[in-house]
Ligand binder design. Structure first.
Ligand code: 5GP
Length: 246
């Protein structure tokens, strides 16, 4: 029997007949600024589902363990049940968003090394930036798990940067979530999509036109659906040719 386990801003999680397997439904709803801004992006659920599946499969082929089992509908995936670690792991290659607001770094400046940051996944507190010691004091993860998150995040960044570059897309930054399976193994969970990444079109120089991600919605830049469609098209085409080459 299927029952709703949890409804988030962009996804709904259902139980399945198997207690170790959950079903994720990707919604068309879009929110920003801790849900102060709300809207709908037409067909977003399907697009983000397809993009997440393609990227998770790519990462699995590179040895990254993920929660993905398989896609079960255009906007649904079956996933391994995990206990989500309440940390948002953000990786940045180029300065944008809150990094610019908080440090004064100029948008678009290339960082000398990939920056891995940990944020507390807590809507009531507004997802604050954590320090290592705050994270340990709050017991959000152990030191060993923290090391694993850092290493996995950097490795995922390398693989995704390479993949997106082959799609003529610059991976500016992105957010990851991880979970622990029954054995306590850390698995990549949640999604990777234009909702959770900043993606810039390398074929466009204009700083507004090049935006292919949720910033189009956040900053009212228009053509949100077109941007998501473009990402989907390039990612699926690239994955198709990568598979042929294997
Ligand atoms: P920033 O800290 O600059 O707002 O976000 C950095 C990156 O992480 C961006 O790619 C952004 O989309 C992603 N990100 C950070 N927090 C969240 C969140 O709560 N939800 C989503 N969808 N993405 C997030």
């Amino acid at each position: 029997m299927t029952e709703k386990l949890y409804e988030g801003k962009a996804k709904i999680l259902y139980t399945t007949d198997d207690p170790d397997i959950l079903l994720t439904h990707f919604k068309d709803d879009a929110t920003a600024f801790n849900a102060q801004k709300r809207g709908t992006i037409v067909e977003k659920g399907k697009m983000n589902c397809q993009i997440t599946v393609a990227l998770f499969q790519w990462l699995e082929s590179k040895g990254i363990p993920t929660h993905l089992i398989k896609q079960s509908a255009d906007d649904k995936i079956l996933v391994k049940r995990v206990k989500i670690i309440p940390i948002e792991v953000v990786v940045r290659n180029i300065a944008a968003g809150s990094l610019c607001r908080q440090t004064g770094l100029e948008e678009g400046s290339k960082l000398p090394f990939p920056l891995v940051e940990f944020y507390f996944k807590n809507d009531e507190l507004g997802d604050p930036l954590l320090t290592r010691d705050r994270l340990l004091i709050l017991e959000l993860a152990t030191e060993e798990q923290l090391k694993q998150l850092q290493n996995l995040a950097l490795s995922i960044n390398q693989h995704l940067q390479e993949f997106f570059a082959s799609c003529q897309i610059t991976l500016v930054d992105f957010k990851l979530e991880f979970g622990l399976d029954k054995q306590g193994k850390v698995l990549l969970a949640d999604e990777i999509s234009p909702d959770t990444c900043r993606l810039w079109d390398q074929t466009e120089k204009d700083p507004q036109k090049r935006v292919m991600d949720k910033d189009r919605f956040r900053r009212d830049l228009g053509k949100v659906e077109t941007a998501y469609q473009q990402v989907q098209k390039r990612v699926l085409e690239q994955l198709g040719s990568a598979k042929k080459g294997l």
